[in-house]
Ligand binder design. Sequence first.
Ligand code: ADE
Ligand code: ZN
Length: 326
Amino acid sequence: MIPKAELHVHAEGSFPPSLVAQLATKNNIAIPSHIFGPHETFVWKDFLDFLKTYDTASHVLQSGDDYYAIIYDYLMRSAKNGGIYCELMVSPDHARICGIPYEAMLDGCIRAIDQARKDSGIEGRLIITCVRHFDIDACIEVAKLAVKHPHPYVVGFGMGGDEVNFPNRQFSKPFQIAHEGGLQCTTHAGEMLGAESVWEAINYLPVKRIGHGVRAIEDANLIQTLIERDITLEVCPGSNIALQVYPDFASHPLRALYEAGVKMTLNSDDPPFFNTHLAHEYHLAEHTFGFQPKELIQFTRNAITSSFADAATKDMLLRKLDGYVH
Ligand code: ADE
Ligand code: ZN
C-alpha cells in the first residue's frame, strides 16, 4: 500500500453519517434525516447548501471528547488505508456555536492525535481554520485564539467558507495576526472563483499553500508565479467534481497543473460529503488521471515537504516514505 499524506481535510467535514448519528443519540441532538444519503453519504444540492448541511451535521459535536472521537476515528481510518500524516483543519467557530470552549476543542484534538499515533503510527497536526462568511471579526478572533494557545501540534492557520461573497483580500488582518504569531498559513482560493482569487490570496495573505487553487490553470502568469514562489496547491479532485467546479474528471486540470510543474498534493477535503477518502483520491490519480506509482509517491513526498510540521517530524516521515518498497 502506497504511503499517503494529506494537508487538506476539515475535521468537521470528516465524520460519516453513522458517527453523526451516534453522537446525535449520545448528546440528544435532533438531526434532520434528509441530510443522510445511502452508504454513509450526505445529501445536499450545491456549494452553499453543502456548507449548510456540513454546519447542520457538525451540531452533534458537544464536547472536547466529541472532537477526540471524530479525529481519532478519522486518523485510524486513514492509517488503515496507508495514511502516515494528516493535517486536519479544525474550526473554533463550529466548536463555539456548539458551546465547546476553544481549550476543550484543542485538548480533544491533541489527545486524539496522541492516541492515534500510539495505536497506528499515523502522525497528525492541526490547522486552526476560520470561516470567511462568519465575518471578519470572527476570523480575527480565531487567529487570536490560535496564537494565544500555542502547542506543537498547532502548526497552521487557514480559512474556508464562501469564497464568492467573501474575497481573500478582505482577510489580511487575521492572517497577519496568525503569521506574526508564528503560524504558517493556507487559504481556500481558486475553487469557486478563478485565477483572480488566487492572485488575491498570494498578494494579500502570507500563504505558503493554497487550498484547491485548481483554477490557477486559467492564467499562465499565475502558474509561473506559484512555481517561482514555491506555493503548493492542496488539490482535492473528488471534491471538485462533487461541487461541480468541473463537470467531470476529464475536464479536471490535475494533469495539466502537473505538466506545468506546479507542486501539488492529493487531499479528500470533506470525505463523506463527496463520497471519497484519501486512498480513493490516490486511486483516481492512478486510474483516472494516469499517474504512475512513483508519481503517487511524489504526491506523498510533496505533502511531507510542504506540510507545516517541524523539521524533525518531516525527516521522520520522509524516512518512512523512503523505507517503502513497492
Ligand atoms: N469548508 C469545508 N469544505 C470546504 C470547501 N470545499 N470549500 C470551502 N470551504 C469549505
Ligand atoms: Zn476545504
